[in-house]
Ligand binder design. Structure first.
Ligand SMILES: [Zn+2]
Length: 525
């Protein structure tokens, strides 16, 4: 059975510090089991910098599932486990990070450990420009741009003593974070490529892609990027590595594999959630349903299909919207395909979140679409969004602007790090004093320059109002939110011409609910 790709939540991590080969062997099987289908590790190294670089003190690796090992090479220099070396030398297991190839070279120089399968995340980012734009050369900048995460690197910890007998909690968190974030960025970039857009928070729940399919896409994404140094600009094209030469385009599946895929896929959304009176509330994926069991909120009625009955009457909480009761049909509402699918909010979330509460909970309007249809639909959304921006005068300000002084410091540091040999001496002095003045210090280290290249130069704009808020405010004054909701649905119908909509789904399927609510209001008064 094909496993569904699990997008890790931030809290799902397990970190182990490895001080000896015995400890390594204890955790090695877990690592290997996580690499069964998706062969990728977040990868990073730390070392002490004392006038010059000391040997690598620690190698951090993390699986997609958030299992992270901090391997303290400084503690076992003469006794580095063979299985560890084998893992790093295995080219079919990707080691993703920022400057991972450079880290690999350091390990080879210090310990004779060969690292193969390095993929620099910046190369990957370069292949999907237009989805994420990020000029930063550091992991911190990438994390902000791709994951929206502020890693808040502390200079003190970065330069901390990685060879200390015992690492502090801060050091452990900091080091693990680098590997975890690296593998998360990798997952996001591959999914963004598959979806044709940036990943959103909802996608953790909504995206249903098998591990196998994810990996197929990841492999073709990384073609030609293996063990290529960043900045070399050689742009090596497709190497003859058979493992990474699967045909592009996910459509090419033979009939047999297709039907098998269908079976496993169906079971993902096949779980039924029943109200206490036995009425079907919605079909859901395993994870959501398991959450109800875990919280003791539901009883399991059967295993196949997994069916739960809620223990309580959901009176105040959000009820699953009727539009989403698609009786186990895990097929694209547009074209009827049952390949990988993704759920889509027909009323985009950026608008829905400003709807009045009573409407908000009844407007979930999640429909299932295959990836290609979803992608087309998102393109139509952005056209629709543009026309709304014009209509509602809703796109004039931006959330932040750039601080020119900080920008100057950042570009000075970048120039010094990347192009120093080409810069005239006088100019070097100028650039150096820009950075020195900013930090109020007399001498510069490479580490500090690196930190300066990752400065966050954005300043919040106090006048900023989100596009969604402006649009909804405009709509409330001009025709009302219900009409706007109808318009979003109509736009979806016009653009996508869905052929497989659930019977109950209509452009105004909230109407009866709103009517009923008004009646209740009147009787209450
Ligand atoms: Zn479709």
């Amino acid at each position: 059975m094909k496993k569904k790709l699990k997008i890790r939540r931030k809290s799902e991590t397990q970190i182990h510090v490895i001080n000896s080969s015995t400890e390594w062997e204890q955790h090695y099987p877990t690592i290997i089991s996580h690499l069964e289908t998706c062969k990728v590790l977040g990868f990073d190294c730390e070392w002490v910098f004392d006038k010059k670089r000391c040997p690598v003190a620690m190698v951090q690796i993390s699986t997609q599932q958030g299992f992270c090992l901090l391997v303290r090479t400084c503690k076992m220099a003469s006794n580095i486990p063979e299985t560890f070396k084998k893992l790093l030398a295995d080219r079919s297991i990707l080691k993703v990070g920022v400057a991972s190839k450079d880290d690999g070279k350091k390990l080879q120089k210090d310990y004779g450990i060969v690292v193969r399968g390095c993929v620099d995340l910046r190369h990957m980012l370069g292949r999907i420009r237009g989805i994420y734009n990020c000029s930063s050369v550091g992991l911190q900048g990438l994390a902000a741009a791709v994951l929206g995460v502020n890693m808040a690197k502390e200079y003190g910890i970065r330069c901390g003593n990685w060879e200390a007998d015992t690492l502090s909690t801060e050091q452990i968190d900091y080091a693990a974070c680098d590997a975890l974030v690296a593998v998360d960025i990798f997952t996001n970039l591959v999914l963004a490529k598959m979806l044709g857009r940036a990943l959103q928070e909802d996608d953790i729940e909504c995206v249903a892609i098998t591990e196998a399919e994810f990996w197929k896409n990841a492999s073709s994404f990384c073609q030609g990027l293996l063990d290529v140094l960043y900045k070399t600009k050689t742009a090596r094209t497709l190497t003859s590595d058979s493992q990474y030469s699967e045909p592009q385009g996910a459509g090419a599946v033979n009939g047999k594999a297709k039907s098998k895929k269908h079976e496993s896929r169906a079971s993902c959304l096949n779980c039924c959630l029943l109200a206490p009176d036995g009425q079907l509330l919605c079909t859901s994926d395993v994870r959501k349903v398991e959450w109800y069991i875990h919280k003791g909120l539901a009883d399991k009625l059967s295993d196949d299909p997994l069916t739960l009955k809620l223990k309580f009457e959901e009176t105040s909480g959000p009820k699953p919207d009727l539009g989403y009761v698609q009786n186990n049909e895990n097929i694209c509402v547009v074209c009827g395909k049952s390949e990988s699918y993704i759920k889509k909010f027909i009323i985009p979330k950026e608008y829905r979140k400003y709807f009045p509460t009573f409407l908000k909970v009844h407007t979930c309007d999640l429909l299932v679409m295959c990836l290609p249809c979803h992608q087309i639909s998102c393109q139509h959304d952005s056209i629709f969004r543009q026309s709304l921006a014009k209509e509602c005068d809703a796109d004039t300000t931006s959330r932040s602007f750039q601080d020119h002084d900080l920008q100057k410091v950042r570009s000075a540091a970048k120039a010094l790090l990347l192009n120093k040999p080409q810069i005239p001496e006088k100019r070097i002095d100028e650039l150096e004093s820009t950075v020195k003045d900013f930090y109020g210090i007399d001498s510069l280290t490479e580490e500090l320059l690196q930190t300066a290249t990752e400065l966050d130069i954005k300043v919040n704009n106090p006048q900023f109002l989100p596009h969604g808020k402006k649009v909804v405010r405009h709509m409330r004054r001009n025709g009302g939110v219900l009409n706007f909701e109808k318009r979003c649905r109509q736009n979806f119908l016009n653009c996508m011409k869905p052929q497989y909509l659930p019977d109950i789904w209509t452009v105004d399927h909230n109407k009866c609910y709103v009517k009923q609510r008004n009646v209740q209001h009147h009787t209450a008064q």
